[in-house]
Design a protein around this ligand. Structure first.
Ligand SMILES: [Fe+2]
Ligand SMILES: [Fe+2]
Length: 233
């Protein structure tokens, strides 16, 4: 028995020695580590795939081309609304240069609607307007300003104030859309957007020029009138 026990102990000792030797040489640990790494990478890959599927389920598989199309629909809606809103502004405007600038920009707006339709056609899509809350808000505010200031000496200044908000919104959106067209390699669409953007920028500059050269100063005349009244009284 003692011999057997000794033999058994020797076997244990021998196994422990083998383990130590294997651990020291790296042969024992290499295999489980490789398996663990493989298992971990499989887990990471399956989690990433699940997250992607989940994102697609929640947000849909959308990219820049979809955002570009969405933006075009927004601006198609916006331009049509602006075209309809401008006559009210033109009618309320007093300065002949302001009337001319707004009338001319309304004609450009009609061209811009056609340009957007041409871009939809280039994309092989039907021209479709999508309700744009931003332009609705800006135009609504313009209506309110016209109600408040339309009969005042600051009417032209208020009209420019509203119209420049529209122009800046358009400049912002067309700037982004032009960059999207560029990134998507849509050269012809980008050219149309460049043309529209130039018209918007020029319209904005013209309004600034009118405001700074005459309209704003004319809107301060009431101060002089008040002081005249005060003097008379
Ligand atoms: Fe426009
Ligand atoms: Fe414009």
């Amino acid at each position: 028995m003692a011999k057997q026990a000794e033999t058994s102990n020797s076997r244990k000792t021998s196994k422990t020695a083998t383990k130590k030797t294997a651990r020291a040489s790296g042969t024992r640990s290499a295999k489980p580590d490789a398996q663990a790494r493989q298992k971990r990478s499989q887990t990471v890959a399956s989690k990433a795939a699940a997250a992607k599927t989940s994102r697609q389920q929640i947000h849909g598989d959308k990219g820049l081309a979809d955002l570009f199309e969405h933006g075009l629909r927004d601006m198609y809606y916006a331009e049509k609304k602006i075209y309809k809103a401008l006559p009210k502004m033109i009618k309320a405007a007093d300065h002949p240069d302001l009337v001319a600038a707004l009338t001319s920009h309304r004609e450009e707006t009609a061209e811009q609607i056609e340009k957007l339709e041409a871009i939809f056609e280039l994309l092989g899509k039907r021209a479709k307007a999508e309700k744009c809350d931003a332009i609705d808000g800006i135009l609504e505010e313009g209506d309110g300003l016209l109600e408040d200031f339309g009969a005042s000496i600051a009417a032209d200044a208020a009209i420019i104030f509203s119209c420049q908000a529209v122009e800046h919104y358009e400049i912002s959106r067309y700037g982004s859309l032009r960059a999207f067209a560029d990134a998507l390699g849509l050269d012809e669409a980008k050219q149309h957007l460049d043309d529209i953007l130039s018209q918007e920028t020029a319209a904005d500059s013209k309004l600034t020029e009118l405001a700074e050269d005459s309209v704003n100063a004319a809107a301060t005349d009431y101060d002089d009138d008040d002081s005249d009244d005060e003097k008379a009284a």
